[in-house]
Design a protein around this ligand. Structure first.
Ligand SMILES: [Zn+2]
Length: 142
């Protein structure tokens, strides 16, 4: 009896659901059946047939609870990771806008420097011009 139940469990690596499709295999994460594998129709919930079957024998309660607890802990870590990723994305996003502002300010400063250079060149040219024009008020400007 035990042998036949074992052989039927091991021989069935795949199952066919009522739709005639190869059933998908899942692993339960509930406190009562944590880690216990089962077969289910591969179609989406709303159009799936009612086929559902355990693949594994019932596990000892402490093993199921341990697997369930590990799964909950993993989910909490994944949630924390996603939150951190979101925070990082927001941080990088806000930095991108800061970088644009900095780039815009750099352009303005560069234009100011160009304008200042042009102004200095103008003063030099005017100075040279005024040396030749020799009007008293222009010479005093230098
Ligand atoms: Zn099905």
């Amino acid at each position: 009896m035990l042998e036949s139940s074992t052989s039927s469990r091991e021989s069935g690596q795949s199952r066919t659901c009522f739709c005639g499709l190869t059933a998908n295999q899942f692993t339960a994460t509930t406190p009562m059946n944590g880690g216990r594998r089962f077969f289910k129709c591969p179609r989406p919930e709303d159009i799936a047939c009612r086929y559902w079957e355990w693949r594994d024998e019932e596990l000892p309660a402490h093993v199921s609870m341990f697997i369930h607890t590990q799964k909950m802990s993993l989910n909490a870590i994944r949630k924390e990771r996603n939150n951190l990723k979101k925070t990082l994305d927001e941080f990088l996003g806000s930095n991108a806008s800061d970088l644009k502002k900095v780039s815009c300010l750099e352009k303005k400063v560069s234009n100011l420097v160009k304008f200042e250079t042009m102004e200095k060149n103008f003063v030099v040219v005017m100075g040279i011009f005024c040396l030749f024009c020799s009007r008293e008020e222009h010479v005093l400007m230098l």
